[in-house]
Design a protein around this ligand. Sequence first.
Ligand code: ADP
Ligand code: MG
Length: 365
Amino acid sequence: MNTITTERSALPITIRNVTKTYGNVYALDDVDLDVSSGEFITLLGPSGSGKTTLLMVLSGFNRPDSGSVRFGDSEVIRLSPHKREVGMVFQNYALFPHMDVNNNVAFPLKLRKVSKPEIAERVSKVLDLVKLSGLGERRISQLSGGQRQRVALARAIVFEPRILLMDEPLSALDKNLREHMQIELRRLHEMLGMTTVYVTHDQREALTMSDRVVVVNHGRLIQIDQPKQLYERPLSKFVASFIGESTFLPVSIANGQATLNGRSITLAEAPHSSDSDQLLLLRPEKLEILPGGPNPEYNCFKGKVQDLVYQGESFLLYVDLDDGPEVSLRSPTRREVLDSVPDKGGDVTIGMHPEDTVIVSEDDS
Ligand code: ADP
Ligand code: MG
């Protein structure tokens, strides 16, 4: 199975105080990050947040104004890209259109003066790994988008780099193929074990693929966590609204206790920050309809039914809160739940379990 796994081990990456400015724009603002050996870590953030710049600093194509990047024990900040021995996959494939698949994949090996028979063997193995066996003689123009992306991946891993960098590699593919490739890339990573830094602006892709996700905004790393922790325990409004759907209610915090319009909110964990003004996070799937009215086991909110949108396996209920904005609640369409929904305009109580009740800060510093 492990056709191209190397005896060489994966390398950890240590990034310290990396800053890169363009005029007065901080593309990267004093970035620190530790990536463990063999880890799959994803940079997630809106367009222009600095993801590509950070990846390019790792690859060596971009020299930061200041800071340090180490691969294992070696400082690489002054090393040129080809001496860093990292594999790279880009969104637009960056393949050589006039060459066939074999020659595209062989390119990094030719650069490294690998012998012809060994090139043939390694190209054949890696094409097998990315499920392109038999297509070696095709021209790039004769391949589908998914196949081109596999060629780009094969070319990035054929020389057995210890670090793999990928910048939005799947964003040109349609949704079904993209989801399929996400799982394949994950499996390939499990097999090969390369330290991988992946870039996407797609939150679901980041949660699906990664050991840890780094949320980036304005050149700063806002939160770094495992996918479940990031989704269930976002620290700031920015992270909560970037990952998943959310509505926020202003709450007051004193002595680790939260109150909403004078009513106490029960929390499983004390708020992360001690600021007095913070936000209660309401996610549609964390809210439940309480047909019997307020229930002491939940944080309860009263409101009026605004709308019910039936969507097949689930429905969305829009509720106008008596002391707040409109919120949405998502629930599976089990009959007893659907039957418990009052008509439009009717009074309804909704609740959120304390374990699901999270307080986030207004800003992300
Ligand atoms: P992302 O990949 O997250 O979309 P980038 O790293 O490409 O973001 O860009 C981060 C910021 O740096 C943006 O404001 C972008 O306009 C700016 N930037 C990136 N490259 C250059 C460049 N070569 N010249 C000027 N500004 C740049
Ligand atoms: Mg980018």
